[in-house]
Design a protein around this ligand. Structure first.
Ligand code: SF4
Ligand code: SF4
Ligand code: FES
Length: 256
């Protein structure tokens, strides 16, 4: 064993977790020491704590609860607030974080337990705006329409959304009690409205965008762009959907 690996083995990482047994229960803070390993991330630290749930004060406690899936920043499930910043815990490397590392659940979604929140509202809003291309069928649909390279380049960044909720957590207009759909959903409206087949549902999507909670509720402060882990041009999407909604509203007015 080299000197540096001996040092690493002796080091601990201090992690502070906001614990809450359920939505209506009081919260508390618990601190844990996790043996340092090279390249450890927050999820691997949580896994160690779950297997050794003893606080730094020597109290045996229940294992902390969190959500995760892909472990490679694709599913968005492991999103939480780490040292005050909303991000994915599977890609948060311990070496890059100040200690003690503080973990909290996102605050805009209903709490399930500890670090685990329920993002169902986001998925319900994606359903509300029909965020899909309507191609279901049991018959051969043939080749799809061609999409220009320029449009492909515009749409590809939008398709990288992982529905993590970071943009909603950071948004001052998105609250647990209002109806605002937030930047992620607005950006998906743009993605599917700009698809040649997806455009079949464009007016239905814009109808939803013009209801309470739609694009007009955005204050354009841009917090969403700052925190998006996939660098999605959310402000461009918001402006594009606002333009589409305006044109559609004028068209609807004159067709009455
Ligand atoms: S621009 Fe501001 S108000 Fe609009 S979605 Fe982004 S964070 Fe929310
Ligand atoms: S737009 Fe960005 S921050 Fe918002 S849900 Fe999608 S990936 Fe996450
Ligand atoms: S576990 Fe899927 S994004 Fe982290």
């Amino acid at each position: 064993m080299t000197a540096s690996s001996t040092d690493a083995a002796a080091r601990n990482v201090r992690i502070r977790i906001r614990r809450q047994d359920g939505p209506d229960k009081p919260h508390r803070w618990e601190e844990f020491d996790v043996p340092y390993r090279a390249n450890m991330n927050i999820i691997s630290s949580l896994q160690w704590i779950a297997a050794h749930p003893r606080t730094v004060d020597g109290n045996d406690v229940t294992p902390p609860v969190w959500d995760s899936g892909c472990l490679e920043e694709v599913c968005g499930a492991c999103t939480m607030i780490i040292n005050g910043k909303t991000r994915q815990s599977c890609s948060a490397l311990v070496d890059k974080l100040e200690q003690p590392i503080t973990l909290e659940p996102m605050s805009k979604f209903p709490l399930v337990r500890d670090l685990f929140v329920d993002r169902q509202r986001l998925f319900n809003d994606l359903k509300k705006v029909k965020a899909w291309v309507p191609i279901d069928g049991t018959y051969d649909l043939g080749p799809g329409p061609g999409i220009s390279e320029k449009l492909q380049e515009e749409r590809y960044p939008l398709s990288r959304c992982i529905s993590c909720g970071c943009c909603l957590e950071a948004c001052p207009q998105y609250t647990p009690v209002n109806k605002f759909v937030g930047a992620a959903v607005i950006s998906q409206v743009r993605l599917f409205n700009d698809h040649p087949i997806g455009a079949a549902l464009k007016e239905e999507r814009l109808d939803a965008m013009m209801e309470e909670g739609g694009v007009a509720d955005c204050g354009k402060a841009g917090n969403c762009v700052e925190v998006c882990p996939k660098d999605i041009p959310l402000l461009e999407s918001i402006a594009a959907v606002q333009r589409q909604a305006t044109v559609y509203a004028i068209k609807r007015f004159f067709s009455k």
